[in-house]
Design a protein around this ligand. Structure first.
Ligand code: 5GP
Length: 190
């Protein structure tokens, strides 16, 4: 069994983090992904307790006040946070815990847990990113604009991450991510 480790995966909305993380979970048997709490409304097809734990503004504030979140941030007008207890439990069980969170949250995690490894997923270009966001067909122009602005802020911090990955080829990006997680987990074992 390996030691538990914490991996943070960030990158602009539309960079393909979700797909990469889903593939990582299939390839790394001891990987586990945390489910965030958010005040954002569910998108079509999203299920409470599966994609996110959807919460009211009051419920979210309660979690903040009771120190129930490892990190939290406001992103494009909604609040998102990582439940602390489940992350700690899964790390204690020796799992490779994955957080798919924004840059603000990533640096809060690094402050609290300096051993965490931070991975940034880059889209091939801002144009490709916008095409992907529009292609989803789930967001209004206004929301897409807010997300493109957030993307520029996020990209400006990519050099502070431990590793960067350009997601222009899904198979290659998956292989690189799986290799990195396994390498870091093996290092921590020794
Ligand atoms: P979306 O609304 O597209 O699901 O997520 C928007 C952004 O919030 C994404 O960059 C996503 O990674 C980030 N995010 C999701 N969950 C969390 C969380 O628990 N904490 C933080 N800080 N960001 C999160």
């Amino acid at each position: 069994m390996r030691h538990g480790n914490l991996f943070v995966i960030s990158g602009p909305s539309g960079a393909g983090k979700g797909t990469l993380v889903a593939r990582l979970l299939r390839e790394v048997p001891d990987a586990w992904v945390s489910r965030s709490v958010t005040t954002r409304a569910p998108r079509e097809g999203e299920v409470d307790g599966v994609h996110y734990q959807f919460a009211s503004a009051e419920e979210f504030q309660d979690l903040v006040d009771t120190d129930g979140l490892l990190e939290w941030a406001t992103y494009a007008g909604n609040r998102y946070g990582t439940p602390r207890a489940t992350v700690e439990d899964h790390m204690a069980c020796g799992e490779q815990v994955i957080l798919e969170i924004d840059v603000q949250g990533a640096f809060q995690v690094r402050d609290k847990m300096p051993a965490a490894r931070l991975v940034f997923i880059e889209p091939p270009s801002l144009q490709v990113l916008e095409e992907r966001l529009r292609g989803r067909g789930t967001e209004s122009d206004e929301v897409i604009e807010a997300r493109m602005k957030a993307a520029e802020v996020e990209l400006s911090r990519k050099m502070e991450y431990d590793m960067r990955l350009v997601n222009d080829n899904l198979d290659e990006a998956t292989d690189a991510l799986v290799r990195y997680v396994n390498e870091q987990a093996e290092k921590a074992r020794g």
